[in-house]
Write a protein that binds this ligand. Structure first.
Ligand SMILES: Nc1ncnc2c1ncn2[C@@H]1O[C@H](COP(=O)(O)OP(=O)(O)O)[C@@H](O)[C@H]1O
Ligand SMILES: Cc1ncc(Cc2csc(CCOP(=O)(O)OP(=O)(O)O)c2C)c(N)n1
Ligand SMILES: [Mg+2]
Length: 567
């Protein structure tokens, strides 16, 4: 082949990078190796940031949370078979939560795989991915790479967002074609997430039902946060005066201190409401499926959701409004002119009475200093620092650390609380922290149970390597749920066991150039947290918590199967 001929040739790994660039992808999260290392090098050479992780699950979590924050698909790059499978947990979690993410993985020789002749990292990845994603594509020809990426982008962000798998075979990555011809095959996807306007009849029916309600309640879900309809949602809530409940990742759509928030009277609000508006929130296990002691059988539902099949999932929906939330809220606001809605003042007043009682009870727990600390006074210390840092991202996982953190740490801005989400997955923490810091450049505070942290803890090296403004607080109560030394019957185990509680996580980060603090009092927690936020340097605070406090599985112990056999 003559020199000029090679000058006008390209190959698959260059074509896919050109297509990514053409679609505004500026970051790839991954763990490279055979057969995708050179693709990552080409991406870097073309100005795409490559963020290299220690485990593919964290790389995938970073990609997924960047999708939630930006509405653009986060890209995770993995090697074949084991690397692909490690990323799959994050991709499945993205689909479950409705976060747009594309996992691109190299895969081995199709001919050998299909005859099961034992290739290096042999696995039929496209078919393995199918149950966990919105779409799963495999590319065999270089000229198909442009359309394949376009389809993956559209599938990940249109309708209910989610995970998409894109399989690049070894052959296609090295396949050569004419550069000019290749350039004609890549293009910018046009309007990948088209607005889905709800029917006027559905909007009018919803408004009429709301106007007749004596005790209306709005439940804001992470779909409402994702929709980036922040001002219109706030305007609708404040114009109608309807109380609202934010689900965990919808916190901050309105400040948690807002007078119409019913969060600290949640049980009373749910059980007393006569009309409930589900706004980008599923009536799933997080809302007891709309049944049981927290719900009245008389309650009528309005549901705003982009996914038609979500309607009637658990309770009959009287007024479904199927469309994207941005368009639906716009239509509802416009409809208020002809169908005004005003929540009765006595309803909010009765919620306020219940809030007052609950806030006073919680204040006693929050302000009682104990030694060692418990979840409440440690979280109150963090809350009182973050009130002066309202733009930080808060990552949160664990059991007691998560469930108490959700109720105690106030959020003031949308899409800033990033937690275990619908699946309650442990191990999202460090990936989410990296994804949020890389995507936004803003500081991140990760509030971690010590067991939860362990799932992705090695990524503190990644955080230090990229010098990210992440401060990690590890609630060290000695292990999963309760301290290791506490046997399953709750009493202190007399046998000498190594309590995880003695672990000095703060020493770990020092090994990678980060700053570590040991905190045994709320004041020490505050001092270390302020230092981490001020320095912007990777910081880890080992928050020593009494191993005897907390409950197994936090607030969801009731989901455990009950054993009738006395052992
Ligand atoms: N842009 C959007 N417009 C309308 N609905 C959306 C949008 N994005 C996501 N959704 C929907 O929002 C819902 C989110 O529900 P869920 O994840 O259960 O939230 P939460 O756990 O916060 O209650 C999903 O049913 C999803 O289809
Ligand atoms: C991938 C995965 N594997 C296991 C589990 C099960 C679990 C739920 S909560 C939890 C950790 C609780 O300990 P932690 O110390 O973090 O919390 P706490 O001290 O009470 O604040 C586990 C292991 C889940 N949900 N996901
Ligand atoms: Mg713990």
């Amino acid at each position: 082949m003559s020199a000029d001929q090679t000058q006008n040739l390209t190959d698959g790994m260059h074509i896919i990078v050109d297509a990514l660039k053409k679609n505004g992808i500026d970051t790839i999260y991954g763990v490279v190796g055979i057969p995708v290392t050179d693709m990552a090098r080409h991406a870097q050479a073309e100005g795409i940031r490559y963020i290299g992780f220690r485990h593919e699950q964290s790389a995938g979590n970073a990609a997924a949370i960047s999708g939630f924050i930006t509405q653009k698909p986060g890209i995770c790059l993995t090697v074949s078979a084991p690397g692909f499978l490690n990323g799959m947990v994050a991709l499945a979690n993205a689909t479950t939560n409705g976060f747009p993410m594309i996992q691109i993985s190299g895969s081995s020789d199709r001919a050998i795989i299909d005859l099961q002749q034992g290739d290096y990292e042999e696995l039929d990845q496209m078919n393995t991915a199918k149950p966990f994603v919105k779409a799963s594509y495999r590319v065999n020809k270089p000229e198909d790479l442009g359309i394949a990426l376009a389809r993956a982008i559209r599938a990940s962000v249109s309708g209910r967002p989610g995970g998409v798998y894109l399989d690049l075979t070894t052959e296609v990555l090295s396949a050569v074609m004419d550069k000019d011809a290749a350039d004609k095959t890549i293009f910018t996807v046009e309007d990948p997430a088209p607005r889905q306007i709800p029917s006027p009849d559905s909007v009018n029916k919803a408004l009429k039902l709301l106007a007749s309600a004596k005790r209306p309640l709005i439940i804001l879900g992470k779909g409402a946060a994702y929709a980036q309809a922040d001002d219109n949602i706030r305007q609708f809530i404040e114009t109608t005066g309807i109380p609202y409940l934010p689900m965990s990742m919808a916190k901050g759509l309105l400040p948690d201190t807002h007078p119409q928030s019913a969060a600290s009277a949640r049980s009373y609000a749910l059980s007393s409401a006569d009309v409930v508006v589900l706004m980008g929130a599923r009536l799933n296990w997080l809302l007891d499926h709309g049944k049981g002691k927290h719900w009245s059988p008389e309650t009528q539902f309005i549901q705003l959701d982009i996914e038609p099949s979500e309607i009637d999932s658990n309770r009959p929906i009287t007024a479904p409004v199927v469309g994207d939330i941005y368009s639906s809220i716009e239509s509802l606001l416009a409809g208020l002119k002809s169908t005004p809605v005003k929540s009765p003042t006595e309803w909010l007043a009765s919620i306020d009475e219940h809030k007052k009682i609950n806030v006073e009870k919680m204040a006693v727990k929050l302000n009682t200093d104990t030694s060692p600390m418990n979840y409440f006074n440690a979280l109150r210390a963090i809350r009182d620092v973050l009130v002066d840092h309202q733009d930080v991202y808060v990552v949160n996982e664990g059991a007691n650390t998560l469930d108490n953190g959700r109720n105690i740490i106030d959020m003031y801005q949308p899409r800033k609380r990033l937690d275990c989400g619908t699946w309650g997955v442990m191990g999202v923490g460090m990936g989410y922290a990296v994804g949020a810091a890389v995507t936004s450049g803003k500081p991140v505070v990760a509030i971690e149970g010590d067991s939860a942290f362990g799932f992705s803890g090695m990524e503190i090296e990644t955080i230090c390597r990229y010098k990210l403004p992440v401060t990690i607080l590890i609630f060290n109560n000695g292990g999963i749920y309760r301290g290791d030394g506490v046997n399953l019957h709750g009493d202190q185990d007399p046998s000498p066991t190594v309590l995880m509680g003695g672990a000095r996580y703060d020493k770990m980060i020092e090994a990678f150039g980060g700053i570590g603090y040991q905190a045994t009092t709320p004041a020490e927690v505050q001092e270390a947290l302020k230092a981490g936020l001020t320095s912007g340097h990777p910081t880890l605070i080992n928050v020593v918590i009494d191993p005897a406090v907390g409950t197994e599985s936090g607030h969801i112990g009731n989901l455990n199967p009950k054993s009738v056999v006395k052992n």
